[in-house]
Design a protein around this ligand. Sequence first.
Ligand code: SF4
Length: 178
Amino acid sequence: MADSNKKVRARRNFTRKELVQMAVKFGATAAKVVSPKMVKTGPWVAWKCQFGCGSFGSSLVCPPHTPAPSKTRRMLDEYKVAVLFECRDGKTKRVAAMMERELFLAGCFKAFGFGSGPCELCEVCAFDKGCRHPHQARPAMEACGVDVFSTARRNGFKIEVVRSPCDRQHYFGLVLVK
Ligand code: SF4
């Protein structure tokens, strides 16, 4: 009797090159495979969100609805492989959600993506009714307490403080693979 139904599809092992290519395929301008240990978190990040960001509390994927930095640290420490990527515009959340889906379908059941900035999927967040786009709405790294400046720099990306409207903006995303 054919036992194909009983077969459990094994998790695909992606090479570093394939992970980078996947990020680029979905719209990243640059990507690197990094250790989640090299993703820096800090309590100060939550303070910068709360005092200084006009989008604080604007959606279910922004603070105070997102995990605290200490919780994010514990979550990051459950992974061994991540992809840090940069986009030229703010489409990091889209790239993160698409990578997460592709990895999940390939058997990487723990895959999880982070983007940057506030949620732009709805004009007004549904809040108590629950997210209208749970498969696309992903939190920003900074919304969960990731120190994006230090994380980008320690993994070889260039990032500077934006001092004027002419300065280049930097948008980073992160996908935890396994
Ligand atoms: S997708 Fe819509 S409902 Fe979901 S977090 Fe974003 S704004 Fe809120």
